[in-house]
Design a protein around this ligand. Sequence first.
Ligand code: HAM
Length: 429
Amino acid sequence: MKIAIPSGLFDIVPTKTKQPWQQIELWQYVEASIRSVAEAFAYREIRVPIFERTELFQRSVGEETDIVSKEMYTFEDRGGRSMTLRPEGTASVMRSFITNAMQNEGSHHRLFYFGPMFRYERPQAGRYRQHHQFGVEVVGAGTAAQDAEIIDLLYTIYKQLGLKNLRVCLNSLGDSESRANFRAAFCDYLNKYVSDLSDDSQRRFETNPLRILDSKDANDQKILEEAPKLQQFLSRDASAHFDAVQSHLDWIELPYTVTDRLVRGLDYYNQTVFEVVSEDLGAQNSLGGGGRYDGLLKMLGGPDLPTAGFATGLERVVQAMINQGVAEIAARGPELFLIALGEEAHETAFRLLHRLRNEGIACQMELSKRKLKPAMQMANQLKAEFVTVLGSDEVKKQEVELKRMADGEKAVIRIEELVQHFKRSKSHV
Ligand code: HAM
């Protein structure tokens, strides 16, 4: 009996798939490009566990958020403690900052991570129960320049990958005082319309009214048109910070749209928030997002340092690349494919395979002792660059014929010179 993959999950494979975005080469290319941009921006990698104590996410992401209230993969471990597969990375990185007392090693930390996240959402295109994020978290810089720098990093990543038609949405949630004043005025306004709001928004009116701003419901949006705007409630400091973020983005000519309804779905944000959306993704059009979340570190028992970050979903990045036709990544086969005919040749080829690999030359050998024709088919399928066939003659002469698969060109090389030959041709690439 076949066991099906759980719903909302997918594999990323080195073979042809019905879904081109699940091709491993594309993911490897995307991950390598992102890593090199992150390093150019002087960020350093951090790796944190995939599960944590449940209360970490409850306290950071917020009890009333969709993520915590309905989407977490929570289980009791054998010791009776409640654990949760991480739904996002920020909380874990903050926990790790505290566990490792990173503040003792300098006042400014710039961290990045890759990894799977788990959310029990209704599966649909662009929304999975295990998705993968690249994210960054910065600790120790509370300035507008820092906010603009992470937006620049995210935008540069997308540009380097060739993505087009991006919209950078920017907003400020203000400090807690700005938000409390806004919330009071906003709820006062909405009070008249509660029964007309969508079910979701009615629920949010009780639990997390700011999230109503995010509603996609057409009628909710109509009601929101006349609602008070967050911008009108920003304190002087919050407003100056937000202006300065925009100036920094203007200096580097990074296009953005101030979007006063952008609030994000996690509770820890304050001040600057942003999201990058792609026109080519359908309903789940948010490629990545983040913002400032000062106060979280302290709330988790750490030092009172300012914090900001973002995360981007890699599924959505590779899907947008495919939809925009910028994902032509060719799979590379081994440099050399060895075919041995007969026992004696098998031993020579196996020794040679070992030597070549130890010298860093990517090669593969036909190990099932197939006949010549199926072995050649295999070399073709693997997209090997060169093929060589060893028989008793080659062993006797200690020479092999290398065939370049692209054009059939042949060259005879002494076996003892093969390693040097490949090393030389590699240094010309
Ligand atoms: P988030 O907006 O919840 O933020 O997720 C970041 C990105 O992950 C989204 O923009 C989207 O591309 C992707 N994503 C989220 N859920 C799914 C899903 N179910 N399937 C596929 N992709 C998904 C955070 O997680 C914050 N921790 C970001 C952050 C870091 N803020 C500050 N620092």
